[in-house]
Ligand binder design. Structure first.
Ligand code: GUN
Length: 290
């Protein structure tokens, strides 16, 4: 048996088309959805992500208030830019691309963004609302994973989901969303302190791997017929590529696709969904003020 490859790019495109349609309707009522995407420095992966986000904004017909700042930008300067964007009624969403240079405290920056403009869903107010099931912005990658599972018609209720990774951006929030009533999974979180991750994943119906390391999930760790969602984006040196690298996930895709029932590719799986859900959150933010 060979797994169905989940086409995240196509599903993300559907979400983005739906957003674009709603943006047109909002514009007819005089509202121009606008996202400020702030990039500090020139980390190559961050530049590539931000470029993708800005392209998606243009395609959805939303305004893009780009702010590109040098690596040397002080924490004070960044915080004061956030303050003015918080006050600007024409700006509906503010996103500061992470990671930030070491001299800037990420926590302070996240806390400074007004929760009602925090389309990343990273502010403690939005995190708290997610935990207790109140309305708020859901973080884009975890939300995108849930949309992928639903879109593919994958049965989740009563299933055992194992999440590998406990980051604030992916591992912890996706575990919470999987445990919500509407998804209804039993959830286990594995992390660097878990002695034998395979002993958990071999019992999983759904494995979400977000460790940030290639080869974290190997074929022997996956139950035949399981669903594998790979959140990893790792750059591996590859002399045959013009860029000098290629992207691989955290799972051994070629081996695992022989036993899994569904698997996401890297690239083209979870990544495009992150951008699609960011467009969705920005639209929601603009629509809320109607
Ligand atoms: N860095 C990696 N993923 C993300 C994300 O979803 N949002 C932001 N702001 N930075 C990131």
């Amino acid at each position: 048996m060979s797994a169905t490859i989940i086409d995240g790019k196509a599903i993300a495109q559907e979400v983005r088309s739906g957003v674009a349609e709603k943006v047109r309707a909002l514009k007819e009522r005089g509202i121009n959805p606008c996202l400020a995407v702030i990039l500090v420095g020139a980390n190559p992966a961050s530049v590539s992500y931000v470029t993708g986000k800005r392209k998606a904004l243009a395609e959805a017909g939303m305004l893009d208030k780009s702010v590109d700042l040098p690596e040397s930008t002080s924490e004070e300067e960044l915080l004061s830019i956030i303050d003015s964007l918080n006050k600007d009624p024409a700006v509906h969403g503010i996103l500061v691309q992470l990671p930030l240079p070491k001299h800037i405290d990420e926590d302070k920056v996240i806390m400074r963004i007004a929760p009602e403009k925090d389309v990343d869903g990273f502010h403690p107010v939005n995190v708290g609302n997610m935990v207790i099931g109140r309305d708020g912005f859901l973080p884009c990658t975890p939300h995108g994973i849930i949309v992928l599972l639903k879109h593919m018609g994958i049965e989740t209720s009563g299933k055992h989901a194992v999440v590998i990774g406990r980051s604030n951006i992916v591992g912890k929030p996706v575990a919470l969303l999987l445990a919500r009533k509407d998804v209804n999974c039993t959830v286990t979180i594995c992390h660097t302190g878990t002695p034998d991750i395979g002993s958990f994943t071999r019992n999983a119906d759904i494995v979400i791997v977000a460790s940030g390391h290639p080869h974290t999930l190997t074929k022997d760790m996956v139950k035949p017929g399981a669903v594998v969602i790979d959140v990893g984006v790792n750059r591996i040196p590859d002399a045959t590529k013009k860029s000098g690298f290629r992207l691989v996930g955290d799972a051994d895709f070629d081996d695992i696709k022989e036993t899994a029932s569904y698997i996401t590719p890297v690239p083209g799986g979870v990544g495009p969904m992150t951008i699609a859900m960011l467009m969705y959150n920005t639209l929601e933010s603009a629509a809320r003020i109607v």
